[in-house]
Design a protein around this ligand. Structure first.
Ligand SMILES: Nc1ncnc2c1ncn2[C@@H]1O[C@H](COP(=O)(O)OP(=O)(O)O)[C@@H](O)[C@H]1O
Ligand SMILES: O=C(O)C1=C[C@@H](OP(=O)(O)O)[C@@H](O)[C@H](O)C1
Ligand SMILES: [Mg+2]
Length: 187
């Protein structure tokens, strides 16, 4: 794959709801672009020495968001390649603008039904933990989070609708769209 994302922007950030496939697609995308892959949640875990559920449990969501913001500022200052954000990483307009200044922001848009199906009964995601037993509760919780977050997700440079595509195919679509997008912005 002969796509060079480096001349204009050094990084591709993936945003979207939890379970939308950012981590899975991000790894495939990094392989295709032949760049490094970083997952924000894993960087937060390395930085704190705690798992994401532990941070939520012992310090609460507000403290987690602060660590998340600090990690994003570090990442934009020091890392390149493909970076999978967390579902709540676009916390405010300032942070969204900052990320967009430092890389291409790609929104992985996955239907809420698919997300609910994927996350149903799976633990490990504190934001939905108490809603995950009943799929209808999970759907409602994800819908309400989506409503709050869509104003930020929709500011991404590119939106990719996942449909029934596999992660490698979604990564290939992103590569094509990025190449097209970069060309338009160069001329
Ligand atoms: N395009 C896809 N089709 C089917 N399953 C997927 C797809 N993308 C991701 N998944 C699955 O959905 C779950 C959540 O994916 P993940 O990459 O962890 O999402 P995120 O990082 O956005 O929370 C994983 O079990 C993953 O294998
Ligand atoms: O949507 C959210 O608020 C969160 C999503 C998670 O990441 P994924 O989107 O990779 O699951 C993780 O950052 C944390 O549990 C909070
Ligand atoms: Mg993830």
């Amino acid at each position: 794959m002969n796509v060079n994302i480096k001349p204009i922007k050094q990084a591709v950030f993936l945003c979207g709801m939890m379970g939308s496939g950012k981590t899975t697609v991000g790894k495939e995308l990094a392989k295709l672009l032949n760049v490094s892959f970083h997952d924000l949640d894993r960087l937060i875990e390395q930085r704190t020495g705690n798992s994401i559920p532990e941070i939520f449990k012992t310090e609460g969501e507000e403290a987690f968001r602060k660590i998340e913001r600090e990690t994003i500022l570090d990442v934009t200052a020091s890392l390149s390649g493909v970076i999978a954000l967390g579902g709540g990483s676009l916390q405010n307009q300032h942070l969204t603008d900052h990320i967009k200044l430092n890389g291409w922001l790609v929104f992985i848009q996955t239907p809420i039904d698919d997300i609910a199906e994927r996350l149903h009964r799976k633990d490990g995601r504190p934001m939905i933990a108490e809603n995950s037993a009943e799929k209808s509760d999970l759907f409602d919780k994800i819908s309400s989070l989506m409503e709050q977050r869509i104003p930020y997700y929709s500011q991404a440079h590119l939106t990719i609708k996942t449909g029934d595509l596999t992660p490698p195919k979604i990564a290939a679509v992103i590569v094509d769209k990025l190449a097209f997008y970069e060309q338009r912005h160069r001329s």
